[in-house]
Design a protein around this ligand. Structure first.
Ligand SMILES: Nc1ncnc2c1ncn2[C@@H]1O[C@H](COP(=O)(O)OP(=O)(O)OP(=O)(O)O)[C@@H](O)[C@H]1O
Ligand code: SF4
Ligand SMILES: [Mg+2]
Length: 321
């Protein structure tokens, strides 16, 4: 793997809730002690069930939210130490594409306005005829008709809106792009087109992607390294897309993703058994109640993330080798 463009070290984010049974405040770690490098020019996939902390990890990586502990560096610069002006500068180089382009595009803005917004935010608004040219280039790049410029978001299909979302994210020529379930709300046929587009830009511009998905089979197709999260922690890192998953949870996730309909895939529960409350994790392995390989040791001792022979990492006392 190449040098990481983004490095996370011992990264954690806690949320406090006051909804305990007796009104007491309780703390959960949405992201817990994550150490991970995102290799430059490569695609890192993050998979895991709803609520495991994928979006929180993405927001931390872009410093859209502050970490409770740990650090993130981008191209060797630690983000936590930057002031607002420096942060704004570096933000040009990192962008995000959201799951639902409908909620990320302002309904009152034309598509042209939405495409120009990143320039406005950075104080780089093109002037005169260049403004129209920029919009035209961006529409062309993502395969949208020029007439789309004067449309409003509600006049476009889901796939077209996501193309606008992608054009907007790429407008300032970033190096790092977070894709938070970019195709989860789209039909299968449209999903394939959007993935193809994202793949093309990744290669063309040598982009570094953090690609978040519920769908391990999609991630295996698209990503160079795969991170599996469970209840805020990394349980496995697969160093190659075709690596055999060793953690019992990763295997269950993979087996659950054969349903061809993504709407069904999203709701598939890979395993029975109880998911512990994130507010009261058991002392040992958080997956113990759902695991076929469980032993007494698993209930007692939390497995650390350790290197595997295949060049990945796994947090399990009895991995499937
Ligand atoms: N601002 C917040 N305040 C309180 N709790 C939060 C906040 N943001 C996230 N959480 C909690 O942190 C956990 C992780 O949430 P996150 O959105 O990162 O999960 P996710 O893996 O992206 O889920 P999904 O697949 O549904 O998008 C969840 O239990 C969620 O309820
Ligand atoms: S540590 Fe034990 S309970 Fe946890 S995943 Fe591995 S075998 Fe299963
Ligand atoms: Mg999410």
């Amino acid at each position: 793997m190449t040098t990481p463009l983004v490095s996370m070290h011992g990264l954690s984010r806690a949320f406090v809730s006051s909804k305990g049974m007796f009104g007491e405040s309780r703390t959960m770690r949405a992201v817990d002690d994550v150490t991970l490098g995102l290799p430059a020019g490569k695609v890192t996939g993050v998979v895991g069930e709803s609520g495991c902390g994928k979006s929180t990890l993405a927001r931390l990586a872009l410093r859209l939210i502050e970490a409770t502990s740990g650090s993130v560096s981008f191209d060797g610069v630690e983000l936590g130490g930057l002031g607002p002006a420096e942060m704004r500068q570096i933000r040009r180089r990192m962008q995000m594409v959201f799951q639902d382009p409908y909620s990320s595009l302002d309904p009152r803005y034309t598509i042209a306005d939405s495409l120009l917004e990143p320039f406005a935010i950075q104080g780089l608004m093109p002037v005169g005829a260049t403004r129209k040219e920029r919009v035209a280039e961006l529409l062309d790049m993502v395969g949208l008709a020029q007439s789309t410029a004067s449309n409003f978001p509600h006049q476009l299909s889901g796939g077209q809106r996501q193309r606008v979302g992608i054009a907007r994210a790429l407008a300032l020529k970033p190096q790092f792009v977070v894709l938070d379930e970019p195709t989860a709300s789209l039909d299968v046929s449209i999903q394939a087109q959007i993935i193809e587009l994202l793949e093309r830009f990744q290669q063309q511009f040598g982009l570094t992607y953090l690609f978040i998905s519920h769908d391990l089979s999609l991630v295996r197709y698209f990503c160079n390294q795969i991170v599996v999260m469970y209840l805020g922690r990394i349980v496995e890192v697969m160093a190659a897309p075709d690596a055999r998953p060793q953690h019992p949870y990763s295997r269950a996730l993979l087996e659950s993703t054969f349903a061809p309909d993504p709407a069904k895939r999203r709701i598939v529960q890979p395993l029975g058994g109880e998911i512990p409350s994130p507010f009261a994790l058991p002392p040992g392995c958080a997956f113990a109640a759902r695991c076929a390989n469980v032993s007494e040791r698993c209930r007692r001792e939390r497995p650390a993330l350790a290197d595997t022979d295949a060049g990945g990492r796994v947090a399990c006392h009895h991995p499937n080798r």
